[in-house]
Design a protein around this ligand. Structure first.
Ligand SMILES: [Mg+2]
Length: 375
């Protein structure tokens, strides 16, 4: 089988609400959730779909950079290749756009990786979880993201999440330690017997992170995502030693070589895996294997993924049996999509592993056309 054609289709999905990170809102209501869809057609006519949905305040990629990188650099070197040789596809992409400390525009590469996985699984008539060779679970639990920056907004957000049936809450912090601890206290007050953890998205200095960690630990919070800048390995070790919390690395753990180095330096004990930040399923599954074999705690997350990225993540996290609630908050924030039929869910709280061949997202091309944007 050969890849005959790759089409690149940027779309904008409307948002219900914004997410506020330590650097500001990840995308405005006006911007919406922009996604670069990739339609990969095999020489036998079978089609696979992938997508790139970058978050420009989370990492350096944008809708525009994903679009031009896929269209002008990555897709041209994949046409004519065998989609079953996924390692070969990645080698070809890495030759065009070189990896650095991260895998080199991983969100753009993930779109093609997902499309190739979707294509080969559809060809074989199996779902992605079967391709991964592990039936760890048939569903995953989702968490509700709390990103209001004041106590009142935080309370409202948690009440909404509880009303929708969620039992796990991830709180965006990384602003001012004292206020962040107060907001988290409010979350715990309202979300009794729920799983609650915090994510600073690199927002604190080491000194502020240590102060905040003392406050969070006193509240009984166990998990603290990416407290300090991703390049501060010294600080990560210091935080591991000085706080009793589990420090999870997210932005610092984009690619395998850097994670191997962090393990050698004894600077990591928990990893946040995202399908898109690693360059797709091919590397995300290796990151999961590495974490499992190194005895690291595994956390599943995303970048407010649209349905294709969301479903691919559900397959991966279910395959690895990640038992911590996953921060896949697309359904919480995205108001409309390009699907012909909704993905399988159990209420809002659980995402079921799609059983149809491939990733399981059935794309409605008329909807894609109506959501199209010009870049
Ligand atoms: Mg994170």
């Amino acid at each position: 089988m050969k890849i005959a054609r790759i089409e690149v289709l940027p779309v904008r999905l409307p948002l219900k609400a914004v997410v506020t990170l330590s650097r500001g809102v990840s995308r405005t209501l006006d911007e919406g959730k922009q996604v670069v869809l990739v339609k990969m057609t095999g020489d036998d006519g079978i089609v696979g779909w992938g997508e790139a949905g970058p978050s420009r305040r989370w990492s350096a990629e944008t809708t525009h950079s994903c679009y031009t990188s896929i269209k002008h650099y990555l897709a041209p070197v994949l046409v004519g290749r065998d989609p079953f040789d996924i390692a070969g596809l990645h080698a070809a992409m890495d030759k065009e756009l070189a990896p650095g400390l991260d895998p080199g525009q991983p969100v753009a590469k993930a779109a093609l990786d997902l499309a190739a996985h979707d294509l080969v699984c559809r060809k074989l008539g199996i779902n992605l979880q079967s391709w991964l060779g592990a039936k760890g679970a048939d569903r995953i639990e989702l968490s509700y993201l709390v990103s209001a920056t004041d106590v009142e907004g935080t309370a409202k957000s948690v009440q909404q999440g509880l009303k929708e049936g969620y039992r796990a809450f991830k709180v965006k912090v990384g602003h001012a330690p004292q206020l962040d601890v107060e907001r988290t206290r409010k979350v715990l007050e309202l979300a009794k017997d729920c799983t609650v953890w915090v994510d600073a998205n690199q927002g604190y200095t080491l000194e502020a992170a240590l102060r905040a960690a003392r406050g969070f630990a006193a509240l009984g919070i166990e998990l603290f995502e990416q407290p300090i800048p991703m390049s501060d390995f010294y600080g990560m070790k210091k935080l591991l030693a000085a706080s009793g919390m589990t420090i999870a690395l997210d932005e610092a753990a984009m690619g395998l070589p850097l994670v191997v180095d962090l393990i050698r330096r004894e600077a990591v004990e928990a990893l946040v895996v995202k399908v898109n930040k690693t360059g797709g399923i091919f590397y995300a599954r290796q990151l999961c294997d590495l974490a499992r074999n190194a005895g690291l705690r595994l956390i599943g997350s995303g970048l407010m993924d649209a349905p294709i990225g969301f479903a691919a993540s559900v397959h991966l996290f279910a395959a690895y049996g990640i038992d911590y609630p996953c921060d896949l908050n697309g359904p919480q924030h995205i108001a409309g999509d390009y699907l012909a039929e909704p993905l399988p869910m159990e209420g809002r709280r659980f995402a079921l592993v799609p059983q149809r061949p491939g990733i399981g997202a059935v794309v409605d091309e008329q909807k894609v056309a109506s959501l199209a944007i010009k870049l």
